[in-house]
Design a protein around this ligand. Sequence first.
Ligand SMILES: NC(=O)C1=CN([C@@H]2O[C@H](COP(=O)(O)OP(=O)(O)OC[C@H]3O[C@@H](n4cnc5c(N)ncnc54)[C@H](OP(=O)(O)O)[C@@H]3O)[C@@H](O)[C@H]2O)[C@@H](O)CC1
Ligand SMILES: [K+]
Length: 511
Amino acid sequence: MPKTQEFVVQTAGEIWTTDVVLAPKAMAEVDAAAIASGIPGYDLMERAGQAVAATALRSFPEANRYIVLCGPGNNGGDGYVAARELAACGASAELYHVEELDRLSGDARTAFERCHLPANPLPTYQMQPGDVIIDAIFGAGLSRDLPPELAERINAITAAGLPVLAVDLPSGIDGATGEMRGAAFTASKTVTFMAQKPGHLLLPGRDHCGSVEIVDIGIPRRMVEAARGALKRNHPGLWQADLPRANLADHKYRRGHVSVFSGPFNGTGACRLSAAAAARSGAGIVAVAARRSAVAALVPHLTSIMLHSVDNELDLAHYLDDPRHQTFVLGPGFGDFAQARSFALAIGHAQRTLVLDADGITAFKGKVDELRDAFADVTPRLVLTPHEGEFHRLFPEIAAENAKGKVEKTRDAAGLLGAIVVYKGADTVIAAPDGSAAINDNAPPWLATAGSGDVLAGMIAGLIAQRVPPFAASCAAVYLHGEAAKLAGSPMTAEDLLEAITAAMASITQD
Ligand SMILES: NC(=O)C1=CN([C@@H]2O[C@H](COP(=O)(O)OP(=O)(O)OC[C@H]3O[C@@H](n4cnc5c(N)ncnc54)[C@H](OP(=O)(O)O)[C@@H]3O)[C@@H](O)[C@H]2O)[C@@H](O)CC1
Ligand SMILES: [K+]
């Protein structure tokens, strides 16, 4: 079975919302605000460490020894509290430290001093079957690659297959970007505090976290809410209210019109997938706009989907004279880069909305400015859906900024273009020019199949045609695409995915 991630919220009573995502810097500001309001920092550490001990006992009751590895900062402090609690419960807990103990200061030093257990240097640890590792080496404060000897040690523990419970984040995973800094533990479970961090959701971090528990350590909710920035975990609460409600009085044109451009005679499959996906997402009318040479290939395959011949720029100009033709998909299987550019620009200048995918994206390599200018508007009218290779092709400078993670890169691209950017992958990030961003984490591994991107482009257009705002439409389509894939199961073809869209949408609107 593929690894799926669960977010379990543990609080004193109430269930804590799970869509809050705070970068480590924002989390540190929340910690600081809580402390400034009179909540002692050490109390937060106590609750954090106690929660770790409770999870260790609950999740790994069979452990012979809990091996608590402590770093030099507050993550280590949580480890000292957890070790003390475990020992107080009668469990066997052993402490190992990765840095000289005299580096400990503040709350972490207090936690160490109150622990009263012997702590030994990490190199003295001898692995034994039945050990459960509690990783309290680095959390939010990881600021550079791990030293090589520590990386080796982590790799040896991973190779031995000992279960790992990570405190806040698996050491070596950058909480802001999800990137691995030299090496990282692969945890079966991660206990984090108050809110998830981007590193829990973005890859490879997500794969290193196992299931994630978010523990309320007593920071007032209003402080976490106040820090809730424009970054969210993608889930129906973000966009459900924007989805169209079926209305018996709706005329088919009121449910919107989507036009999908076809590729050449021998490449019409991709546009048909997009068109069918737009229709399944509820668009009232869907048409394929094809070069004359491709029309004959399309005729036998289209029934409810209409077919128009749009051979050149003049044909497109006539097509755009019809005010019902508002929403377009260009790129899947399209082929001709020069025509892709001139068509996309014409759509932009005609004030229409475009989902630009695949060849449509590649066509603008080195010409991003033209695209931005054609779609310049107060509200975005352009949605770009690049996978990693296309993103690198179109935004080479942004892609090369190694210090930035996928969220920042997607935001930068959205800001540069004035468009919604859907940076696809197992951890798709959706960003808008105003900085709004969502990380998606519901896609099963088998969604990476031929044609699935064409389906996504059609779904986004289908929702936009029904007047769902482009950012909400993109988030909703990405999520529903993942849900549909889960419903379709593995192995799955793009056709199976199409079939499952209806059930995926029904499951959301019934919630
Ligand atoms: N009130 C609060 O704030 C609460 C915080 N809580 C907990 O605190 C954690 C954050 O604590 P933190 O900020 O001290 O960071 P942490 O992850 O311990 O690491 C910093 C230390 O590591 C060092 N270091 C970094 N990278 C390194 C590398 N590659 N290789 C070697 N060394 C490296 C760095 O050294 P420096 O860069 O300063 O030289 C510094 O000494 C958070 O994850 C949560 O668990 C909870 O208790 C709840 C209340
Ligand atoms: K850790």
